[in-house]
Design a protein around this ligand. Sequence first.
Ligand code: HEC
Ligand code: HEC
Length: 385
Amino acid sequence: MLKTHRVLLLLSFFLLSACRSSEFNLDLEQQVEGATLLQFSKEGGFVLPPIPDSNPLTDGKAELGRHLFYDKRLSGNQTQSCESCHIQALAFTDGKALPQGSTGETLALNSQSLTNVAYNASYTWWNPILIRIEDQLFIPLTGDTPVELGINDGNLNTVLQRFRDDPSYQALFAAAFPNETDPYTLVNVAKALASFSRILISDRSAFDKGQLSDSAKRGQQLFFSESLECFHCHNGFNFSSSTVTINTRFPERVFFNNGLYNLNNNGSYPEDIQGKFKVTADWNDMGAFRPPTLRNIELTAPYMHDGSIATLEDVIDFYAAGGRNVTSGANQGDGRLNPYKSDFVNGFTLSAQEKTDLLNFLKSLTDYEFIADPRFANPFPAAEL
Ligand code: HEC
Ligand code: HEC
């Protein structure tokens, strides 16, 4: 289980750094300069995502980031890379309910998809104050409650030296940080990984190409209907109401409780995974999580912040029931009656055909070019890792 005091310490640090540097670069010309890797669809595609002034996007940084993302030398004990939990074929999730870090500790949260991660108004499932990928990355890199990649004060220099000593990384770091004599720092590692994360743009699904089957078209109608209400929370081009672009002046960071739990019949979620409540301690935020993008949702099972729903069919049944009644065990309680549940999660009835239609619409958001795109793929020959 997570030790909360450590997390809070981390959070206060992030709050401070967020205040200092929450300015995003809104100069479009400046943002795209040199960043040919940042591909946006030509026909009616997405507007640019916000990019922090402190870390302009360049091809050099994204390419260094790609190498680091797939390199197990980035973990203290060299057993894990970012890819261990974020696999391209699974839209950068890992297929597990809960992942384990490099020293075997189980995490409390499900590995998130990195699909269009540049556009998220906040980072992680639950945290409203982590608003830059750069800041979020210090958790997998250096977090110790639980350990993920396990970089710490004791091994930081050893980890950085692995890259300083490697001729191919010497070239990559030089291209990424051309004006620095010793660019081998954790801050630069985070900048490169954030740059790589930002180019993971998925906009080539059947939905984007207007290639919906008749069934998927009917499912789209259902998705956007006032009876199912899905679109209130999963809306906009990224199917998440917590989305920002270069044009967003006043970001909305929204979080919802969709009725997964109701411990003690007082609305509680299981300890340590209580959503935004963990930061605000406001009961109205109990069980409130950021609505995830539904792009590539077919590939990212199991679902929800704790991976507690196995299939997309089960997710639809869950919403149809208006929440989840956990009838036994430690998490017993009727989530349908959770007092903090959103008014948009009320339950509905679907025929078998309508359920298939909704599923087909969700599957139309799968982007097969994204998961096969060589620019996002492991750059190392198979034998090397
Ligand atoms: C041990 C598994 C694990 C490893 C290793 C890992 N992650 Fe994650 N990642 C997660 C989990 C779990 C979350 C959700 C965390 C939460 O909600 O608190 C996440 C969240 C993220 C997010 C936020 C996504 C969003 O939509 O808010 C980004 C970005 C990310 N990871 C990138 C990386 C990068 C880059 C690395 C390598 C430095 C990495 N991760 C290593 C499991 C992992
Ligand atoms: C009140 C806002 C709201 C409504 C309405 C809503 N969702 Fe969600 N959805 C969320 C939130 C928040 C989560 C994450 C909850 C969690 O992990 O605890 C989520 C999670 C999901 C997931 C799992 C995502 C993942 O990456 O694991 C799917 C699939 C999904 N919703 C589909 C739908 C569909 C289909 C509908 C309509 C039937 C719908 N949602 C209605 C807010 C909403």
